[in-house]
Design a protein around this ligand. Structure first.
Ligand code: C2E
Ligand code: CA
Ligand code: CA
Length: 757
């Protein structure tokens, strides 16, 4: 008995050493106090071992001292451990001092015991033929017991407080410790009162230590985990249904119970309810998910359903879980975002990119010949914006958008292409040209006080069967169609047709051919004479001609506007100026003292430094600038006049004579003339033409000539076709004359033959 028990104690001590060591190194905050408590228990057990093994009075007394003092240490350190375990601090300093004082007194009384014998004494007894020393308690020993039980009670109170305060979920964490300590205390109490010689309670003591070690460091209450998981799933917004491997519903979380209307435990109807709500559900298969849309368009509900199997750690299927989530909000948010990124904020119409995409898709799905492409443009939008303000302009855009929505059929797609233009995919079947023209092409916008009529031009591209689908190109064509509409209000819809197609292709062809045409001198100057009052040659105007190998003789009216619109005019003019300089250089050599007028396009100013360019040429050919006259149209001088006037002044200061071409064709008033720093005024030929039937036009010519005389500017009349005209202008005092009456524009050789030979 004695040997067996001793061996057992040794084993316990060894285990406690290991546990204390591990606890010490644990990263948990409870590790250190636990390790100290385990050492204290270990000392107590060791004291007991000494008692058990000793057969001499002194040795057993030493054992009892170790045991009792170890017990003090044990309860104290368990208290510290409990505080750490429960995350408590000492409630207040008084209690702390009280505990320290009580224990110190106990320690002191044991030190005094050898002298006063007030705590305990030992007496020899024989048990199973063995000699033991049993302790006889005196008053001090009772004090010891009260202190120990007191502290133990404090410890249990701490645990109770913690259990009351804690959520139901981690109640168990404290309860297990509580129970372990209570059981140990009961075993100990039983020993004390049974007064058995061998203190078997030590086994309980040591086991309690090991238990605390395990519970504090490794044990995670299963129920705690279960409850935690259960509460998490219950708090989840999604409904969850658990089925066992046989497909029987075994558990449903809160939202799930609410969804199908069942109470805890009554899961028999769950499957039917789910089927009723969401249609056929395969409860046997797992790993699927689907989206279910329920309700009406205004009150729509999107639900996400997913079935997943649950496997254990050996990959065996232990059941399936069906998750049902209401994704209406996400889905609506997604739709809203989608809407904002594809719709114009002002009108709510599709934005250009999305419209193109949608039309492209539609055309690829449907028969392309069922559709037409419409380009709708609010005319004079910039003026509307300037005159009536931004608010009214926005109102106009909104009204136009409404008009489009109102008069274009549901099968159409439409959207906004730019600030003032819209695009429409028109379903041919539902298209009524007169209705569109009446209701859409002119609509009115009210600013509160008055109605303003807004004009809209509509260009249409009719998609051909063999057109490759290219939405941007279709809209380009529809937009080009609007260029056919004249500002006459009679026709507001125009179609892109073969004529327009050919025109565009023709323009493209000419543009491509231009460089080669200049190179091979297909493009060349014709000269038209300019004569004085006596009909004698003063000079000539250089007018461009294109002798085209296929198209034949081309007048500038055929290609100048095309090149003015794409910028190639600069190449033409640069070349023409050079030709004029070449001729002048030749004339200079031959002693011919005549001038040549060259034409400057308003567009030239955008592409080059005109004066610099011309000066360079004059220098290169070594000619007198006075011989090169510069024709600038009236409109050039009217637009941002400050800058242009400077350019003219610059040219004149370089010695060039500047002529104002087509005077009177634009908006200029005679008044402006005095501010125009020009040398020659070329009176627009329209006046002369009108003057044949209209006396007023004749009066105007006379006034212009008079005025120019006053301002010391030479006047030149263009378009003189008859002797009578020449006569009349001569009487009016005109200085220079140009027109078919003298000669049409002719090639250089003809010109020279006619005038110099
Ligand atoms: P413009 O500068 O007003 O040129 C005068 C136009 O009137 C010329 O037409 C000329 O042939 C025509 N003309 C002259 N006398 C008469 C007449 O008695 N009766 C009629 N009915 N017409 C007459 P053209 O050559 O067809 O040139 C037309 C326009 O093209 C020019 O008008 C000018 O603006 C432009 N242009 C011609 N050559 C050039 C050029 O090299 N560069 C630039 N930028 N424009 C040019
Ligand atoms: Ca001219
Ligand atoms: Ca002219």
């Amino acid at each position: 008995m004695r040997i067996g028990f001793s061996v057992f104690c040794f084993v316990l001590i060894a285990i406690l050493i290991v546990c204390a060591h591990i606890a010490r190194r644990s990263r948990k905050s409870v590790g250190k106090p636990l390790s100290l408590a385990l050492i204290a228990i270990l000392i107590t057990v060791f004291g007991n071992l000494v008692i058990t093994l000793s057969n001499a009075k002194l040795m057993s007394s030493v054992g009892y001292y170790i045991y009792y003092i170890g017990m003090d240490a044990t309860v104290f350190l368990l208290l510290i451990y409990s505080l750490a375990y429960c995350d408590f601090k000492w409630p207040n300093i008084t209690i702390r001092i009280a505990v320290y004082t009580l224990l110190t007194i106990d320690l002191v009384q044991y030190i005094l015991n050898p002298f006063f014998n007030q705590a305990f004494d030992t007496e020899a007894i024989i048990v199973e033929d063995n000699l033991y020393y049993r302790s006889i308690p005196y008053i001090g020993q009772y004090y010891h017991r009260i202190v120990c039980y007191g502290i133990l009670a404090a410890m249990l109170i701490i645990l109770i407080v913690k259990m009351v305060k804690s959520t139901r979920i981690d109640l168990e964490k404290y309860a297990v410790i509580f129970v372990a300590i209570v059981i140990t205390a009961l075993i100990e109490t039983y020993y004390i009162f049974s007064r058995r010689p061998i203190d078997t309670s030590m086994i309980g003591f040591a086991l309690c230590g090991v238990l605390l070690f395990y519970l504090s460091l490794y044990y995670r209450p299963r129920r705690l985990l279960d409850r935690m998981l259960a509460s998490i799933t219950s708090e989840m917004p999604e409904a969850m249904f658990f089925f066992d491997p046989n497909g029987k519903c075994v558990w449903v979380n809160g939202p799930g119970r609410k969804l199908v209307g069942v109470t805890i435990g009554n899961y028999e109807t769950v499957k039917d309810d789910l089927t009723f709500l969401f249609g056929d559900i395969d409860f046997t298969a797992s790993g699927w998910n689907r989206r279910v849309t329920l309700g009406t368009e205004d009150d729509v509900n999107y639900t996400y359903i997913a079935m997943k199997s649950i496997t254990d750690d050996r990959d065996r299927i232990t059941g399936t879980i069906l998750r049902v989530r209401d994704i209406t909000e996400d889905q609506l948010e997604l739709k809203r975002e989608m809407y904002n990124s594809t719709h114009d904020s002002l009108t709510g119409l599709y934005i250009k990119e999305y419209l193109y995409e949608s039309i492209d898709k539609r055309l690829r799905e449907d028969k392309v010949t069922d559709y037409m492409i419409g380009y709708v443009e609010i005319m004079n939008f910039k003026v509307i914006n300037d005159v009536f303000g931004k608010e009214f302009a926005e109102l106009t855009i909104k009204k136009a958008a409404q008009a489009i929505e109102g008069y274009i059929s549901a099968k159409s797609l439409y959207g906004k292409l730019s600030t003032e233009s819209f695009g429409v995919l028109i379903s041919k079947k539902n298209f009524d040209e007169t209705a569109v023209e009446k209701n859409l092409a002119i609509f009115s916008v009210s600013d509160g006080s008055m109605d303003h009529r807004i004009l809209v031009h509509v260009g249409i591209y009719d998609i051909n069967e063999d057109d490759e689908i290219n939405v941007p190109l279709f809209f380009d064509s529809a937009r080009l169609a609007t260029t056919k509409i004249k500002d006459d209000y009679s026709k507001l819809i125009a179609y892109y047709d073969d004529e327009l197609r050919n025109k565009i292709m023709y323009e493209q062809l000419l543009s491509n051919q231009l460089p080669g045409a200049i190179e091979s001198r297909q493009i060349r100057p014709y000269l038209q004479p300019i004569v004085d009052e006596k009909g004698l040659l003063s000079g000539a105007e250089a007018l461009v001609r294109w002798i085209h190998p296929e198209q034949g003789f081309l007048n500038p009216g055929k290609f100048i506007p095309v090149f003015e619109s794409n910028g190639l005019i600069a190449d033409v003019d640069r070349y023409m100026w050079r030709c004029a300089c070449e001729i002048l250089a030749d004339w200079k050599k031959r002693g011919i003292d005549k001038f040549i007028s060259i034409n400057i396009s308003p567009k030239d100013f955008y592409f080059m430094d005109v004066p610099a360019e011309i000066r360079k040429l004059v220098e290169e050919f070594g000619i007198d600038p006075v011989k090169l006259r510069i024709e600038i149209t009236e409109t050039v001088m009217m637009t941002d006049s400050g800058d242009r006037l400077k350019i003219i002044a610059d040219l004149r200061s370089s010695g060039f004579l500047v002529e104002m071409d087509d005077f009177g064709s634009g908006y200029s008033s005679l008044n402006l003339l005095k501010d125009m720093p020009v040398d020659v005024l070329k009176i627009d030929m329209q006046f002369l033409r009108d003057s044949e039937r209209n006396a007023r036009a004749g009066m105007i010519i006379k006034n212009i000539i008079n005025m120019s005389q006053d301002l010391d500017i030479d006047s030149l009349t263009e378009g003189v076709e008859t002797a009578a005209q020449f006569e009349r202008l001569y009487v009016m005092g005109c200085k220079l004359y140009q027109g078919y009456y003298f000669s049409k524009p002719v090639p250089l050789e003809d010109f020279e033959k006619q005038w110099f030979d």
